[in-house]
Design a protein. Structure first.
Length: 618
């Protein structure tokens, strides 16, 4: 800056470039291990090319540069599975070594395999790994991560000035301890996102940091009654002690037209779909370096063509793919192992409006695994139900993120496709009244549809599809003319609303005081998805068992066929004559339209983002 008399003297200027990834879910290579085919729309291997170019660009422009990740890198792709005896380092650590990450924050899914497994991965990380709002409950517990970190970067062109000191903090949803189960709850304690970030930012300033960057594994709270304790990105961005934020958790792409922030905020999608770039303009004065402006932007690895196919915008980085070639080969071999047989195709294209055979299989496997464990207990006399929700349903993961398994011989990748998350099996005892509220919360997925209307979206895009529990062993209808009873955060916003109609078991209405045993995943039973009505449910003792293993054993015939497999599909939409709604699905649905009843659905063609739209006659 220059000026006349009385103006501040010229201050050396510089630029710090922050390159960011988040929610990789161990999609390190541009390959879909569930379908066993290349996927040009994902992969850190493609982001690696963007990183190389961005670093070269920063050097040419005289900018300092750091590379960070914002969590949920460990779980989500078979490449990231913790396999006993596998040679180290873990593929995620190897990938971060190759790309020379400067720091990484943790996300909730990084704890899915337990604290010991996480520590084993982090031992080989080449950079500080952070989590500011989880602490050990006992002094003898050695945490494998740090609360904060400080990086120093010399600003090019300013050799006589001190380096800029960048303080980094990392926060994640405190609900992580609940979602990941009892083992984690006895080891760690959690504090809130906003208060933790505010305190750690202040301490970093006291340590002489010029800038504070928040690696915030949290998104934007959506809808009425949204729970900001999980998604607090907007509150974080408003804190005066934080200069820039990398968001995550909800798989959004930010910046975007719907959200404005007073400072640079970026959220680079998920699965290696984007590289986030924050550019901070700096000036130097008596108090050291300070930000004088900034911007945030996204660089995608692909774009979606009109046909729904991904058109790559960058290539895979050859040195990166070579470094992970052995991990890739071992994962392919493991995923191609025979696992059983299915006489019918299974897919999730119609999971929100028609029977989903894959979901039915998971529910039957859960029940078959639980029945022998309940013998001789008080719960043996209770009717056994099974709750299952889709894992792959498009949404923010894109138009190809659906289960699609052909009839015939199955292999390990198909089992992983049916059960993406490493959840354990749980059993709860609930009343008929609790069952009804459970289903009302699930039915909040749908938008309200006015009788006689056309064109309303069937599903609310702000509600996560993996919170749509279907409870097998019951029969019921879902009436869309009613408003949702519960918000996404589990708040009862329409107490008089009743979407669940004709709730029955064995052809008889379910009584409020009637008791049932329900097999469900550990995430839901532990409070995941804000199903508050389950807080009062009685959890029955059960030895640890992964649902994925139960599905594998069931398909392989090691568990007996369960009676639920012969039960009618639990639910259907309540008829609304003269009314239609728009169901959004993947383009692969076109090959399965003959499964739907005549007159139910009329294809509309491609909509936005490469998704396929169907006009559904309710």
């Amino acid at each position: 800056m220059t000026g006349g008399a009385g103006a501040p003297e010229t201050r050396p200027a510089g630029v710090l470039r922050v390159l960011a990834t988040t929610d990789l879910h161990c999609n390190l290579l541009s390959h879909d291990y569930y379908a066993d085919r290349p996927d040009p729309a994902i992969g850190l291997s493609r982001v690696a090319s963007l990183i190389r170019r961005a670093r070269a660009e920063a050097a040419e422009q005289g900018a300092a540069c750091i590379l960070v990740d914002n969590g949920d890198g460990l779980q989500g792709s078979p490449l990231g599975d913790i396999v006993p005896g596998a040679p180290g380092p873990h593929p995620l650590a190897r990938a971060f070594q190759v790309l020379e990450y400067d720091a990484a924050g943790l996300g909730n899914h990084d704890f899915d395999f337990g604290l010991a497994a996480l520590a084993g991965v982090l031992r080989d990380m080449p950079c500080p790994v952070l989590c500011s709002n989880l602490t050990a409950v006992q002094a003898e517990i050695d945490l494998p991560f740090a609360k904060t970190a400080v990086l120093e970067r010399q600003i090019p062109g300013c050799p006589g000035l001190p380096p800029v000191r960048i303080g980094l903090l990392s926060v994640l949803p405190p609900q992580t301890l609940i979602w990941c189960g009892r083992a984690l709850e006895v080891q760690l304690a959690a504090t809130g996102i906003v208060e933790t970030a505010e305190g750690e930012a202040r301490r970093l300033r006291e340590q002489g940091c010029d800038l504070v960057l928040a690696l915030a594994h949290t998104g934007i709270a959506a809808g009425t009654g949204a729970d900001s304790s999980e998604n607090a990105l907007e509150q974080l961005a408003a804190l005066p002690g934080i200069d820039a934020v990398v968001g995550g958790h909800t798989h959004l792409t930010l910046p975007g037209p719907e959200h404005a922030f007073a400072k640079p905020v970026v959220m680079p999608g998920a699965h290696g779909s984007h590289l986030g770039v924050i550019s901070l303009e700096l000036e130097y004065g008596d108090a050291g370096w300070r930000p004088a402006g900034g911007s945030a932007s996204l660089r995608p690895v692909a774009q979606t063509g009109r046909s729904g196919a991904a058109v790559p915008l960058t290539e895979e980085e050859p040195s990166f793919t070579r470094a992970l070639a052995a991990d890739h080969a071992r994962t392919l071999e493991r995923m191609r192992q025979p696992a059983g047989y299915s006489p019918v195709a299974m897919h999730s294209y119609f999971t929100f409006f028609a029977p989903d055979r894959g979901l039915a299989l998971v529910a039957s496997a859960q029940a078959a695994a639980v029945r022998p464990l309940l013998r001789g207990t008080a719960a043996e006399a209770l009717p056994l139900l099974s709750a299952a929700a889709p894992c792959k349903f498009g949404g923010r993961s894109g138009p190809h993120y659906y289960t699609d398994i052909a009839a015939g011989e199955l292999c390990a990748r198909n089992i992983a496709d049916l059960q993406v998350f490493p959840n354990e099996l749980r059993v709860v005892s609930v009343t008929g009244a609790q069952l009804r509220e459970w289903l009302e919360m699930s039915a909040g997925l749908f938008n309200r549809v006015a009788p006689g209307s056309r064109g309303t979206l069937l599903a609310d895009p702000q509600r996560a599809g993996h919170h749509f529990d279907v409870i097998f062993g019951l029969t019921y209808q879902i009436c869309l003319s009613q408003p949702p009873r519960y918000s996404a955060s589990g708040e009862c916003i329409n107490p008089s609303a009743q979407r669940i109609l004709d709730l029955s078991w064995n052809g008889r209405p379910v009584a409020p005081e009637q008791r049932f045993a329900v097999a469900a995943n550990s995430y839901r039973v532990s409070g995941g998805g804000s199903f508050r009505m389950l807080h009062a449910a009685e959890e029955l003792p059960l030895a640890p068992m992964r649902i994925r293993q139960a599905v594998r054993d069931y398909i392989a015939g090691q568990l007996p066929a369960d009676p639920l497999a012969e039960a009618p599909y639990p639910w259907q939409l309540a008829p609304m004559p003269g009314t239609s709604a728009v169901a959004v699905t993947g383009p692969g649905a076109a090959a399965h339209l003959d499964e739907l009843p005549a007159g139910l659905a009329e294809p509309r063609g491609f909509g936005s983002g490469g998704f396929w739209e169907i006009e559904l006659n309710i």
